[in-house]
Design a protein around this ligand. Structure first.
Ligand SMILES: Cc1ncc(COP(=O)(O)O)c(C=O)c1O
Length: 382
């Protein structure tokens, strides 16, 4: 087998349709969207069409979509501007959020003196809604809750609708880092009372360096970056025209093919789980990633029965065999560089063993999964 890419939660390959669209955008349209001549107007019109397209799939208003450089910028923008512009004094999040949220919230605690609380997690890593309720009601400060829909390491899919309703009942703002969700799950912002969401095109076969923030209408947020009047004055800087068009095409392809492609990927995940359970005794799925109903269909995170000395060789060995996946291991040899997510959800005993995240896409095949499992078995046996 040549090369096997099972690291799609890190980033995905770009679809052919997206490459074509971007090539023609680069070759044919070089006007600055802010220019009033025809070159500029053509670019501006295409960007506004992309905004409308995205809004249509989310059942949002186009003005609620702000293009950004990706998920990190969008998360930063939402948290920082909410503290600065909306009087948010308390942020409630969880210890297993992406660092784009966690580090931003920590900085806001130090820079702006907000109160930062972490909701308790159950043994699988899902937020304890009773504790969340308690945190929401503990005082009358203006609150924002930030909880990701799909966890990028262990794949847990939380009940975001219930959490949004709870936030609204308690007059709190709700942001969800939906970077691992948008492009993979359908969203309807008229049904889900969410205030803010974030997306990154490279997680659903679009280009890197582009994404968007969903900001509910009349959010009250003001620009984070000052300068020109791009993005309706909300995000200054000449728009990344080809990237935005690539994002639009990736979005269309994802949502037009969602049912078929999600079923195809889920089948692969289930097949992987079945083979691991049957053929690698002692392997365990971390978080809820082994439960296809309660986790995203796109990934598994598996704890392997391998001792600490051999563990160091595991990822290297897979790489040598052409298999790309992600290390999800925590604290091996006391390293502080381990996964903050696994550190929260794994027992001390399981933390001593290596964990790997395998994440799938429509471009993977069952043969690739067979090869990967055979390589894993061989490594564990020797
Ligand atoms: C859950 C989550 N949030 C945020 C990000 C950051 O997105 P970007 O790489 O577009 O900045 C990622 C990417 O790894 C992610 O998985």
């Amino acid at each position: 087998m040549d090369k096997v890419y099972l690291d799609n939660a890190s980033t995905t390959c770009v679809r052919d349709e997206v490459i074509k669209k971007m090539q023609s955008a680069l070759a044919e349209c070089y006007g600055n969207p802010s220019s009033t001549h025809s070159f500029g107007r053509t670019a501006k019109t295409a960007i506004e069409t992309a905004r409308k397209t995205i809004a249509k799939y989310l059942n949002a208003h186009p003005s609620e979509i702000i293009f950004t450089s990706g998920g990190t910028e969008a998360d930063n923008m939402i948290l920082r501007c909410s503290v600065r512009d909306l009087g948010v004094k308390t942020i409630i999040t969880s210890k297993i959020e992406h660092h784009a949220v966690l580090h931003t919230a920590e900085e806001l605690e130090h820079e702006c003196g907000i109160a930062l609380h972490y909701v308790d997690l159950d043994k699988n890593g899902n937020p304890d809604l009773e504790h969340l309720k308690k945190l929401l009601r503990q005082d009358d400060s203006k609150k924002m809750v930030s909880l990701m829909h799909v966890n990028n390491e262990i794949g847990n899919k939380i009940d975001i609708d219930a959490i949004c309703v709870l936030c609204k009942e308690n007059d709190a703002l709700i942001h969800s880092d939906t970077v691992q969700s948008i492009g993979h799950y359908a969203w309807d912002v008229q049904e889900t009372p969410i205030d803010f969401m974030t997306a990154a095109a490279h997680k659903f076969h679009g280009p890197k360096g582009v994404g968007f923030a969903y900001l509910r209408r009349n959010s009250g947020l003001k620009p984070m970056i000052s300068g020109g009047s791009q993005e309706r004055g909300f995000r200054a800087g000449t728009e990344s025209y080809h990237n935005i068009l690539g994002l639009e095409e990736a979005f269309i392809q994802s949502y037009e093919n969602l049912e078929k492609e999600s079923a195809q990927i889920l089948e692969m995940k289930e097949y992987f789980i079945k083979r691991v359970n049957a053929e690698i005794p002692g392997a365990k799925f971390n978080g809820l990633s082994g439960d296809p109903e309660k986790s995203t269909y796109t990934l598994v995170n598996v704890n392997l029965p391998v001792g600490p000395e051999k563990a160091l060789m595991l990822l290297f060995n897979l790489d040598v065999k052409g298999i790309a996946c992600s290390k999800g291991s925590a604290c091996q040899s006391g390293s502080a560089m381990g996964s903050h997510v696994l550190n929260e959800v794994l027992s001390e005993e399981d933390l001593q063993k290596p964990s790997l995240r395998f994440s799938f896409s429509i471009y993977n095949t069952k043969e690739e999964l067979d090869y990967t499992i055979d390589v894993l078995k061989e490594f564990i046996k020797n």
